[in-house]
Design a protein around this ligand. Structure first.
Ligand code: SF4
Ligand SMILES: [Zn+2]
Length: 205
């Protein structure tokens, strides 16, 4: 008697299905499916590429840095600087005016030229009150991060190559901070904290 002669037709169908599953026949795509996948997959890949490119462009266009006009990206020092301030004459009263940097920045409420509007700050940018509040701030020496240090009155602290001795610790320095003291010459400092110590004792605002 032949194999399976004692089983009914439905049982034989089920057993054949089980054998196909066990031999993974079911998971193998047919030749026509393979040809279709081969033809379609480059199209799918292209669509995916276009989608990713579109998403990247959309992200770039909607990011805050690109929201500004070309060439006017925000510096690392933050967006609350004189460049964005409505009291900066070069912005003609417009808040976040981002004037052409070739124009001289001038603070109308403190009557002072701002030589570095991208890295100069004060509280009035936030309060938008025309009465000066606190000192103007510059970006200090980079010490494990950006810090802001006060101007000495209307004198901006200079940073970089500074020769002399620190006015606080006496260390001989070639780089640091220097401040103009008008008729009293200049003072040099080795670091932000020693400049601040001196500033607190001599503050003009
Ligand atoms: S110093 Fe202050 S008030 Fe003056 S332009 Fe700069 S941010 Fe504005
Ligand atoms: Zn020092």
């Amino acid at each position: 008697m032949g194999q399976g002669s004692g089983t009914s037709l439905p049982q034989r169908v089920i057993q054949a299905s089980i054998r196909r599953v066990n031999s993974r026949e079911v998971g193998k795509p047919s030749t026509s499916v393979l040809i279709l996948q081969w033809k379609v997959s480059p199209l799918i890949r292209r669509c995916r590429q276009l989608l990713f490119v579109d998403l990247a462009i959309a992200r770039t266009l909607t990011s805050p840095r690109r929201a500004l006009p070309r060439g006017k990206q925000m510096p690392n020092g933050g967006g609350d600087n004189c460049w964005a301030c409505g009291f900066n004459r070069a912005n003609s009263g417009q808040w976040h005016g981002y004037h052409d940097l070739a124009e001289l920045a001038y603070c109308t409420i403190r009557d002072v030229n701002i030589s570095n509007p991208l890295w100069t700050y004060c509280a009035n940018m936030h309060t938008r009150q025309a009465v000066p509040e606190g000192p103007i701030l510059a970006s200090g020496i980079y010490e494990n991060g950006y810090v802001r240090i006060p101007w000495h009155g209307d004198h901006e602290p200079l940073k970089g190559n500074v020769q002399g001795e620190c006015a606080i610790c006496g260390r001989v320095i070639t780089k640091g901070i220097q401040i103009d003291m008008d008729t009293e010459g200049t003072r040099s400092f080795c670091c932000n904290s020693h400049y601040l110590s001196w500033w607190k004792a001599h503050r003009r605002t």
